[in-house]
Design a protein around this ligand. Structure first.
Ligand code: GLA
Length: 414
C-alpha cells in the first residue's frame, strides 16, 4: 500500500515493495553453502566416501566454515540439496534420511550444525517426486513441514519437479502455511517462478508473500556461458522481477560456483560482483575443504559482502549496455551507489571504460568519492560530473566501485 508522506510543502508517495513473507527471516540475502552444483546426486559412499551425500559431508563443511573464516564472513546456512532421503517414507508416512548415509539422522546433524553456531537447510519438492526421483511432498505438506520442524531444520529449499504447473502456486502457498503452522522459523526457498515461466508470467506479488527467495531461471553450471545466460535473463526480465526484491524476499539467480573448475579468476570476480549487485542469496556450492586461496579471499571479501548485505535491500539492475560493456548499478544505504562494469568482450586485453558513461554517475554532481573494490581495492578519490576517470576492465571480468556523494561546495554533507 502507498503511504502519503508530507515533507514541508511537498507530498510524495512512498510505495514499498509488496509485503514480504512475514516470518522475520531473510531480511538480508541469505548466505551459506549448498551442496548441489558441486556434489550433485553422488550417493556412492562406498567408492567415494569423501564426496558422497552423507552426514559426514555437511559436518565437515560446518567444521571448515567455522575454522576458515566463512562463518565470520557471514556464511551461515549449511544446506542439503536433493538425494538425502530414503526412497521410502516411514510407517507413519514421514520422510526419513537414507539410513546408510545419514546413520545419525537429520535431527542429530542439525544439533551438530547448531553446536557450531550455524544453521541447517534441507530440500524437498512440491510435486510427486524430487527432480532426482526421491519422494516428493505432494499430499504430505503438513507432515513434511512438521518433520523438518521436529528435526530443528532452519531452511527448506522447495523444488518444483513432477508437479502439474497449474497447481504450483497452490502447492507453494500450502507449504508456506504448513511451515508457518509448525511455529518454527524456517526460511523458505522456492523455485515456483522457474517452473511457471514456460507457461505464464508468474505473480511476483504472491511469490514475495509466500517465499523468502525464489529461483527464476535455469540451474547454474560451472561455466562462464551459464553465468552469462543468467545475467542475460536477469537483465531482460529486470523490470518484472527486480521490484519484488527487498528485505524478507529475494530473486535467486542460483548458487555461486566460485572455487570450482570452470571459471577464470576474472569470471569468478564477475559472478561475485554481479551477485552482490543483484542482492542475490550467496549460497556457495564448492568444496570448502579444498579451495584455492584466491577464490576463498574473493568469497570472503568484506567490501563485496557489504554491498550484498546492504540494509537498503534494493536489487540492482543493468542500466546500460554499450560497446561490449554492461553497467550494473545498485543503490545502497546513505545515498551511495555500487557500480559494476562488466567487459563482455572475450578477446584482447583489458579495456578502458569512461565512468561518465555510467547512468548512475549523476550522483557525482557536484562531487563524489569513489572506491574501487575489484579487481583490486583502490581509493580513486574525489570525482565530479566532468571527471575523466577511466577504469580498466579485463575480458569477462568486472570492475566494481562504490560511489559516495560527498560534501557540496558549501561544505554540507549530502
Ligand atoms: C533442480 C533444481 C536444482 C537442484 C536439482 C536437484 O534442477 O533447480 O537446484 O535442486 O533439481 O535434483
Amino acid at each position: 500500500m502507498c503511504r502519503a508522506v508530507f515533507l514541508l510543502a511537498l507530498t510524495v508517495l512512498v510505495c514499498p515493495a509488496a509485503e514480504a513473507l512475514d516470518n522475520g527471516l531473510a531480511l538480508k540475502p541469505t548466505m551459506g553453502w549448498l551442496h548441489w552444483e558441486r556434489f550433485m546426486c553422488n550417493t556412492d559412499c562406498y567408492k567415494d566416501p569423501n564426496n558422497c551425500i552423507s552426514e559426514r559431508l555437511y559436518m565437515q563443511m560446518a567444521d571448515v566454515m567455522v575454522k576458515e573464516g566463512w562463518k565470520e564472513a557471514g556464511y551461515e546456512y549449511v544446506c542439503i540439496d536433493d538425494c538425502w532421503p530414503s526412497h521410502q517414507r516411514d510407517a507413519k508416512g514421514r520422510l526419513q534420511a537414507d539410513p546408510k548415509r545419514f546413520p545419525g539422522g537429520i535431527k542429530k546433524l542439525a544439533d551438530y550444525v547448531h553446536s557450531k553456531g550455524l544453521k541447517l537447510g534441507i530440500y524437498a519438492d512440491v510435486g510427486k517426486n524430487t527432480c532426482a526421483g526421491y519422494p516428493g511432498s505432494l499430499g504430505y505438506y503438513e507432515t513434511d513441514a512438521q518433520t523438518f520442524a521436529d528435526w530443528d531444520v532452519d531452511l527448506l529449499k522447495f523444488d518444483g519437479c513432477y508437479m502439474d504447473w497449474k497447481l504450483l502456486g497452490e502447492g507453494y502457498m500450502n507449504m508456506s502455511r504448513a511451515l508457518n503452522k509448525t511455529g518454527r522459523s524456517i526460511l523458505y526457498s522456492c523455485e515456483w517462478p522457474l517452473y511457471e515461466w514456460s507457461h505464464k508470467q508468474p505473480d511476483y506479488k504472491a511469490i514475495r508473500e509466500t517465499c523468502n527467495h525464489w529461483r527464476n531461471f535455469d540451474d547454474v553450471y560451472d561455466s562462464w556461458s551459464s553465468i552469462k545466460s543468467i545475467l542475460d535473463w536477469t537483465a531482460s526480465h529486470q523490470d518484472i522481477i527486480a521490484p519484488s526484491a527487498g528485505p524478507g524476499g529475494w530473486n535467486d539467480p542460483d548458487m555461486l560456483v566460485i572455487g570450482n573448475f570452470g571459471l577464470s579468476h576474472d569470471q569468478q570476480e564477475s559472478q561475485m560482483a554481479l551477485w552482490a549487485i543483484m542482492a542475490a542469496p550467496l549460497l556457495v556450492s564448492n568444496d570448502l575443504r579444498d579451495i584455492c586461496p584466491r577464490s576463498k579471499k574473493l568469497l570472503q571479501n568484506t567490501d563485496i559482502i557489504a554491498i550484498s548485505q546492504d540494509p537498503l535491500g534494493k536489487q540492482g539492475q543493468c542500466t546500460i549496455k554499450v560497446d561490449s560493456f554492461e553497467v550494473w548499478e545498485r543503490p545502497l544505504s546513505k545515498k551511495r551507489l555500487a557500480i559494476a562494469v562488466l567487459n563482455t568482450q572475450e578477446f584482447g586485453g583489458p579495456r578502458g571504460f569512461f565512468m561518465r558513461a555510467a547512468p548512475g554517475w549523476k550522483i557525482c554532481d557536484p562531487q563524489c568519492n569513489v572506491t574501487q573494490i575489484l579487481p583490486q581495492y583502490k581509493e580513486l578519490g574525489v570525482q565530479t560530473p566532468h571527471t575523466k576517470l577511466v577504469v580498466s576492465v579485463n575480458p569477462s571480468g568486472t570492475t566494481l566501485l562504490t560511489v559516495t556523494p560527498t560534501s557540496d561546495y558549501a561544505g554540507l554533507i549530502l
